[in-house]
Design a binder for this molecule. Structure first.
Ligand code: 4H3
Length: 247
């Protein structure tokens, strides 16, 4: 997958995109993230990329022209274009999976008060948000999106880190995890995890996941139980025990 990031702050992406998992994906040729500095496409004599908003209101707006130049330089006309913005639909794992199936993606990062609307309209940018809060720029949201998308591309995560049985993806929040030592400052790892009975271990994990989801995200639990799923007898027993609801 090729991802082009259009930004005024390309240097922000280095450590994230070159970092452990994404860096390895790049080395394997599975993921190619390229930053384009929007300022390089300024036709202004002072290399400006922003100007005062028509209608007033304070702050600065990124001008259409440098964004058009940057878009043209990455052939954005034929590609899916995303603009990181608190006005967008909030990302979820379903959307991430859809995006991870594309060959090309262009992400526009705004700064200041935002970008000239004509750049969004012309390039058919889909606005996407990482949550209901405002940041100084779209760069951190773009990195969040890239990280989440990258780990859903086949072969990006090693076998040790499968994306499949994880929280949200399975529809439930993840059970607690423990590693060595068995006893730390007098606190024991739950006995069931250390006795090698895999049926009991799976039941414990499922019970923990259900309980956590019920406590913290009852909305997710409703969705999970309302979907048609093949539950084993053991799973049904645990669901009925925890939710007091007959399947
Ligand atoms: C995205 C972008 C929050 C999000 C963002 C988010 C600054 C976009 C400016 C930049 C505009 C204001 N903040 N929740 N900020 O995903 O250029 O909207």
């Amino acid at each position: 997958m090729n991802i082009d990031v259009l930004t005024l702050f390309p240097e922000m992406f280095g450590p994230v995109v070159g970092g452990s998992i994404l860096g390895r994906a790049a080395a394997k040729g599975i993921l190619n993230v390229k930053t384009t500095d929007i300022r390089d496409f300024s036709n202004d004599k002072h290399n400006r990329a922003d100007d005062y908003p028509f209608g007033g209101g304070g702050g600065m707006v990124m001008m259409a022209d440098p964004i058009f130049g940057a878009m043209e330089s990455v052939s954005a006309a034929d590609k899916k274009v995303i603009y990181m913005s608190p006005r967008g639909r909030i990302l979820d794992q379903q959307k991430i999976i859809e995006l991870s199936q594309l060959d090309n993606l262009v992400i526009l990062c705004g700064h200041y008060e935002g970008v000239d609307q004509r750049a969004l309209d012309y390039w058919n940018a889909e606005e996407v948000s990482i949550g209901d809060y405002v940041l100084t720029g779209g760069e951190l949201p773009a990195m969040v999106l890239i990280d989440a998308v990258a780990r859903m591309i086949p072969d990006v995560l090693g076998n040790e880190n499968s994306a499949l049985d994880e929280s949200i993806y399975s529809g439930l929040l993840e059970h607690p995890q423990y590693t060595k030592p068995r006893q730390y400052r007098g606190i024991e790892v739950p006995e069931v995890l250390t006795n090698g009975n895999h049926k009991l271990i799976d039941e414990w994990k499922f019970r923990q996941a259900l309980t956590l989801t019920q406590e913290r995200r009852p909305d997710l639990l409703e969705e999970y139980l309302d979907k048609d799923r093949e539950f084993t007898k053991g799973e049904k027993r645990i669901i009925e025990e925890i939710t007091k609801r007959k399947l």
